[in-house]
Design a protein around this ligand. Structure first.
Ligand SMILES: [Zn+2]
Length: 116
């Protein structure tokens, strides 16, 4: 249930942009969400509808694009994508190293906003 605070902060950004650009109504919000965030699209839209009620972003559609989880090998520096369903046995495809740090996959941000 961690979608609620995430949507809350996204909506804040949406409203800030909407006010700054003098829009009448926000119709869609495009988001990029890292696979590691574990955010359910259905819940995101539900929470958005709930939080945006009565405001200019009410009824806006969320368009979610998942971004892959990318790791960087601590040993050789290679970057590689990781399947989130297979997080147990990750090894660097280049050197086989098992020490790595996450480059992306946990972030979420707004890429575009459609407004009228
Ligand atoms: Zn490596």
């Amino acid at each position: 249930m961690h979608e609620l605070p995430v949507i809350n902060s996204i909506l804040k950004v949406v409203m800030k942009h909407a006010v700054a650009n003098n829009v009448n109504k926000v119709v869609a919000v495009h988001l990029k969400v890292g696979e590691m965030c574990d955010l359910e699209e259905k819940w995101m839209q539900d929470y958005f509808d709930y939080l945006a009620k009565g405001g200019i972003a009410e009824g806006a559609r969320l368009v979610v694009e998942k971004t892959p989880v990318v790791m960087k090998c601590d040993n050789c520096g290679a970057s590689f994508n990781v399947d989130t369903k297979q997080t147990d046995d990750i090894a660097c495809p280049d050197c086989g190293g098992i020490k790595y740090s996450m480059v992306s996959g946990r972030e979420y941000y707004i890429t575009n906003m459609e407004a009228i």
